[in-house]
Design a protein around this ligand. Structure first.
Ligand code: ADP
Ligand code: MG
Length: 520
């Protein structure tokens, strides 16, 4: 394998390693390399370069101007120190040329000192939302989003070794790893196959065909295996792409009469992962092309990983010869994980997000999701958002309500109808006592009992406070619900809590949550 270097555009330190190959493609071969073989990588690279330049520009000009004049612009080409920038409309081109060209050049030189000049041109196709070369300017304006992607190895390009053997690698999302894929009995086999493939790509399980329903972890496994292969074999050329992208690249290559180049490009890949292969059903020419690529790679003992929403046999609209090839290696199904695995996935998710959710809430969530892991993740994200935005702690009731909302009123399990009713109609001191005890996870008997320990005292005072506030019982009567305590004790509790609620955020949010539990 040829020499190798990594280009890691990095939003934190916007310096890109200088390399003559990258910045002045003056030899015919390198032009070919860029336009054909590495077209995808190059376009990602140019997009990143543009992002970095505009991030610097955004510090110098007002945000609304940036939004107006740089929306859907793109770097078209970088050759011999000339940065060719495309604008979607003549007005945008004129505006940038007259007002901002100097700033853009300055910022571009900060990112890469080899840039000498800027040329503007009009490129109407940039207006097309499908045109992936164009910048999403809102990502630049919102710092948060830009930071999110920093430090991620976004582009990895392998240099030509001089005799035409080149390239390649593709963006893999580093968040997906085999380690953070939670293994249970329903996906153990698929996971084990991925581990085996990542240790010895192209050996025993080739192709590896993973199928299963939506949101069950196929993309995660494909990407994770790619990442793992790259970490085991840093020089390997690993490409992950969706079948849709595969088709688009094929169609684009036909238009440019570059089929041979494209095929050669695939030939140099060590591991090709194609996601959602069902997409190319009925796309006969794409299938034919894929058939050749498949054979090229298998003959060269390169690894293929394919995912699909159904087993090979059931892939209607896919040629038989492809189906039989899919079946010739290892075929594994991913299933909807069992309860324990779902719980473990939730715990993982919470850990990732740095939040702690009570175990009964997690269990409740795990119990009520029936279709996909994605849905499970969606719920936990929602619970966490609710928690941070509304400053209330999630409770069984609030979570149950959220699920009901999202499931269109479907029945939730883990909390009975009666229980739901009971919590929504807490209108008796005992209801409140019960609810508060539940909220603080202590037995009701303890809450009303004699103990003066802090973890009991606070809930007790909270109950007294709420009963007075919400039900307007007299201090004397309230005392009766707490083993005949004296009215001064209740009065004291009331004043203390009133004061605490006004200055202690945690107590305030506890109160709010409990009230919400009561449907208030
Ligand atoms: P698919 O490609 O099968 O539709 P994805 O791979 O996109 O599903 O999975 C959906 C989400 O669920 C992703 O965020 C993925 O990380 C997560 N996920 C699925 N299965 C697991 C698992 N076993 N452990 C951890 N996360 C999982
Ligand atoms: Mg997927």
């Amino acid at each position: 394998m040829g020499s190798f270097f990594r280009v890691t555009p990095n939003f934190e330190s916007p310096k890109i390693p200088k390399n003559p190959c990258l910045f002045s493609c003056n030899s015919a071969k390198l032009t070919l390399l860029f336009q054909g073989v590495a077209r995808y990588n190059l376009s990602m690279y140019l997009l990143d370069l543009w992002k970095q330049i505009l991030t610097l520009v955004s510090r110098e000009i007002p945000k609304n101007r940036l939004l107006t004049f740089f929306a859907r612009t793109a770097i078209i080409e970088l050759t011999d120190g000339v940065l060719k920038i495309g604008a979607p409309k003549p007005t945008t081109k004129a505006e940038i040329e007259t007002k901002y060209q100097a700033i853009v050049l300055k910022c571009a030189q900060e990112v890469n000192p080899e840039i000498q000049e800027i040329h503007m041109e009009i490129d109407g196709t940039l207006m097309d939302p499908e045109d992936t070369r164009a910048i999403n300017i809102t990502h630049i304006v919102s710092d948060k989003k830009v930071r999110k992607t920093r430090n991620q190895p976004e582009v990895k390009i392998q240099k030509s070794n001089g005799n035409g053997h080149t390239l390649v690698s593709h963006i893999l999302d580093p968040r997906y790893t085999l380690d953070n894929f939670v293994v249970g009995k329903d996906n153990r086999l698929a996971h084990a196959a991925c581990v085996a493939v990542s240790q010895k790509p192209g050996a025993d399980y080739n192709p590896l065909f993973i199928y299963g329903g939506v949101g069950l972890g196929k993309t995660h496994l494909l990407q994770a295996t790619g990442n793992e292969i790259l970490s085991n074999y840093p020089e390997a050329a690993v490409v992950y792409m969706t079948a849709e992208r595969f088709m688009n690249e094929y169609v684009a290559a036909i238009k440019k009469f570059q089929i041979t180049e494209l095929r050669n490009r695939y030939r140099n890949i060590d591991c090709l992962a194609i996601d959602d292969i069902q997409f190319i059903a009925d796309k006969d020419r794409t299938q034919e092309f894929f058939f050749h690529i498949f054979n090229d790679l298998r003959d060269a003992r390169k690894q293929l990983i394919i995912s699909s929403d159904r087993p090979p046999k059931e892939l209607a609209g896919i040629e038989d010869r492809l189906k039989s090839r899919f079946e010739s290696g290892m075929v594994v199904e991913v299933y909807f994980p069992d309860f324990e695995t779902r719980l473990a996935i939730l715990q993982n998710k919470c850990q990732e997000k740095n939040v702690i959710l009570a175990s009964d809430i997690l269990e409740f969530l795990a119990m009520n999701v029936h279709n996909s892991v994605r849905e499970l993740e969606g719920f936990v994200t929602q619970v966490i958002a609710d928690m941070t935005l509304n400053h209330v702690n999630p409770t069984m009731r609030s979570v149950a309500e959220m699920m009901k909302r999202q499931n269109g009123g479907a029945k939730v399990v883990g909390v009975s109808e009666e229980e739901m009713k009971k919590i929504t109609s807490a209108r008796h001191p005992n209801d409140i006592i019960h609810l508060v005890a539940q909220y603080y996870r202590i037995p009701t008997e303890k809450l009303v009992g004699p103990s003066r320990r802090k973890e009991v005292l606070l809930p007790r005072q909270m109950s007294m406070f709420l009963i007075y506030e919400l039900l307007n019982y007299s201090f004397d009567t309230i005392g009766d619900f707490f083993q005949g305590r004296n009215h001064t004790t209740v009065l004291h509790a009331y004043h203390k809590m009133k004061e605490l609620v006004s200055r202690d955020q945690k107590i305030a949010s506890d109160t709010l949550t409990i009230k919400r539990e009561m449907g208030l």
